[in-house]
Write a protein that binds this ligand. Structure first.
Ligand code: NAD
Ligand code: TYD
Length: 355
């Protein structure tokens, strides 16, 4: 039975991926290494605790001893590396953790893989999938798409730290022959996303009649990818991807932020009725001070993964956003636990006095 190490498996995409793999791949054993930062929630996977094919290890990818022990003692054959500090706004107010986890943590995993895999002559059978972002390519104008060949131009501390990690991963392939692959995906949405990100934040606030902060003019564009489509893409890269290659993964679903916010408001009005004031939820929208260095538009050209691996997104945004809203409405305890914790202070620091 092959052993897959997933890092950051208690986060948003990681927990969806862990579930996806245990459901679809009966012949794997899966280890989830997660530090449980503010973004990691073990409850996302609590129903898997008794699954004999699943092992959770609470730990830091920057811990050299622990990571090497896991590689050698558990016989890790493949890594899917999600663990990261992932929120652009937090990287602006405090970049240090991003440098530590995203750059040093990735380096530490690569070193363990190099020592254990290459030392044992397992360079051909192993795989190291590094999950990265389209933000490494910078910002697009009204036209054009990010291709795998687009030059890197990261503009936030978050994207710069991910770009650095991408370069390290590529260097380990070219220099040592480590069997690495990198995926660069667009903005994900779906169940279990932490409510610092646009879609769950707006769903939560709109549901409870709170103001809806839209940065700048609301016309920044993101290409929305449903998380289940993303998990399927990564599993295909793991199985069939060519080592040393990069694959862009996009949702084929470009939207201005204001369109996303309007859509969420309208669906919630339809499902829950108007606000107690008899106003609709669009009345809660507030255009607030823009994010520093806010990238204008991201859009992915996913031709390569379609042609080489046969992957395409299956979920259209209109269906995906309804499923996502239903998930948040059905899981009010999950979100309440978060917003009643340290999130409160984060929210007030980020949004109070931001008009
Ligand atoms: P997330 O913030 O929801 O989860 C990150 C997870 O990593 C958490 O469980 C956290 O506890 C864990 N973690 C953080 N630091 C760690 C450390 N030092 N050691 C071990 N675990 C640690 O992130 P996400 O949205 O699920 O993103 C997963 C990956 O996908 C990230 O690498 C991110 O850069 C990338 N990505 C995300 C998106 C998106 O839209 N969410 C888009 C493109 C790329
Ligand atoms: P976010 O979910 O933080 O993802 P990213 O910055 O990685 O793209 O933000 C998505 C878009 O929504 C981005 O253009 C910033 C904008 N945004 C708001 O307008 N208001 C908000 O409260 C947040 C969190 C984001």
């Amino acid at each position: 039975m092959r052993c897959l190490l997933v890092t950051g498996g208690c986060g948003f995409i990681g927990s969806n991926f862990v579930r996806f793999m245990l459901e679809h791949e009966p012949a794997i054993r899966l280890i989830n290494l997660d530090k449980l930062t503010y973004a990691g929630n073990p409850k996302n996977l609590s129903d898997l605790e008794t699954d004999p094919r699943y092992l959770f290890i609470k730990g830091d990818i920057c811990d050299q001893k622990l990571v090497k022990e896991i590689f050698s003692d558990e016989g890790v054959d493949a890594v899917v590396h999600f663990a990261a500090e992932s929120h652009v706004d937090r990287s602006i107010s405090g970049p240090a953790e991003f440098i530590q986890t995203n750059i040093f943590g990735t380096f530490n995993l690569l070193e363990a893989a190099r020592e254990v895999w290459l030392g044992a002559g397992r360079g051909k059978t192993s795989r190291f999938i590094h999950v990265s972002t389209d933000e490494v390519y910078g910002s697009l104008g009204e036209k054009g798409y990010f291709k795998e060949t687009t030059s890197y131009d990261p503009r936030s501390p978050y994207s710069a730290s991910k770009a650095s990690s991408d370069h390290l991963v590529s260097a380990y392939f070219h220099t040592y022959g480590l069997p690495t692959l990198t995926t660069n995906c667009s903005n994900n949405y779906g169940p279990f996303q932490f409510p610092e990100k646009l879609i769950p934040l707006i769903i939560h606030n709109a549901r409870h009649g709170k103001e809806l902060p839209v940065y700048g003019d609301g016309k920044n564009v993101r290409d929305w990818l449903f998380v289940a489509d993303h998990c399927r893409a990564i599993s295909m890269v793991l199985k069939k991807g060519t080592v040393g290659e990069t694959y862009n993964i996009g949702g084929n679903s470009e939207k201005q932020n204001i369109e996303v916010v309007d859509t969420i408001c309208d669906i919630l009005d339809e499902k829950l009725g108007l606000l107690p004031s008899s106003k609709d939820r669009r009345s809660l929208i507030r255009f607030v001070r823009d994010r520093a260095g806010h990238d204008r538009r991201y859009a992915i050209d996913a031709t390569k993964i379609k042609e080489e691996l046969g992957w395409e997104p299956e979920m259209d945004f209109e269906t995906g956003i309804r499923q996502t809203i239903d998930w948040y409405l059905d899981n009010s305890e999950w979100i309440a636990d978060i917003v009643n914790g340290s999130y409160r202070q984060y929210y007030s620091e980020m949004y109070e006095n931001r008009s």
